[in-house]
Design a protein around this ligand. Structure first.
Ligand code: 6PG
Length: 257
């Protein structure tokens, strides 16, 4: 795994470079494989990136009909609620690009519980990867069973001040998940405080490339520890536990001094 760290002086420069890198990554995947399985990040940081990807500079450069969109985590709330990560991506990106609706696969928020939603989403992902003939990352579970993990080409992630990523929070049991691809978080946790569903570390780490986009107040101390002491941080911060198969990008506008 190759790690690349790039610091920017403001969110706009971060978003511009992220758009260029991710646009290139998507095109590279489509050229090589004929498709790109991309998982979008939640939170507020990706807004500027999504707006750039929907802009005239990028919208026609990216072969959207060959791109399949998923969400690395989602708050358990209606798709049109202001809490929804899907809603942010819909308003800033998806409603502005020519991507087949069938390529856009958010978690089904009409189901009765976070558990049902997470279990259904795992099936959606598996069915898609098998149907497309996509690649799988082969791993072995602690009990020796073989694991076929859908290999996302690109996963976008954010990071909270506590070092959480997606909806994987410090000291949470979800971090111990070794086999499931998507799990549910019944507690009201994070910002906003709500139940959630999230990709697990096996699914995130099975990906080819992961891009962290980190911006916002209160994250400097955590980010500095993760970037300067990655091995020690791996026992503490979920974001430091992310180790994809090929490339890991840290794109941030945080003053680390
Ligand atoms: C979520 C996000 C979460 C987010 C971080 C950073 O659903 O809450 O996936 O992991 O990426 O909390 O959020 P900001 O970008 O808003 O700082």
């Amino acid at each position: 795994m190759r790690t690349e760290i790039q610091q920017f002086s403001n969110p706009s420069d971060l978003a511009e470079r992220a758009a260029r890198l991710i646009s290139n990554g998507i095109q590279e995947s489509v050229t090589k494989k004929g498709f790109c399985n991309l998982a979008l990040a939640g939170g507020t940081t990706p807004r500027l990136l999504y707006e750039r990807l929907a802009s005239i500079d990028y919208k026609n450069r990216i072969p959207w009909p060959d791109v399949y969109l998923f969400w690395g985590d989602e708050r358990f709330s209606p798709q049109d609620s202001s809490q929804s990560n899907f809603d942010l991506a819909w308003k800033t990106l998806i409603s502005k690009i020519k991507i087949p609706r069938s390529n856009v696969m958010p978690p089904n928020m009409d189901l009765k519980s976070p558990q049902q939603c997470a279990m259904a989403y795992q099936e959606t992902i598996l069915r898609h990867f098998e149907g497309l003939g996509s690649s799988f990352h082969m791993d072995v579970a602690d009990n020796g069973t073989d694991l076929k993990i859908p290999q996302f080409d690109i996963i976008l992630l954010g990071m909270g001040a506590d070092g959480h990523t997606a909806s994987l929070f410090p000291d949470h049991r979800a971090l111990q998940e070794k086999e499931r691809l998507v799990v549910w978080i019944d507690e009201h946790i994070g910002t906003p405080m709500t139940p959630r569903i999230t990709f697990t570390l096996p699914l995130i780490n099975g990906a080819s490339d992961v891009y962290f986009l980190v911006s916002g107040d209160g994250k400097g101390q955590t980010l500095k520890r993760i970037l300067s002491e990655p091995d020690d941080s791996r026992n503490v911060f979920p974001s430091a536990m992310v180790k994809p198969q090929s490339r890991l990008y840290w794109l941030h506008d945080i003053q680390l001094t």
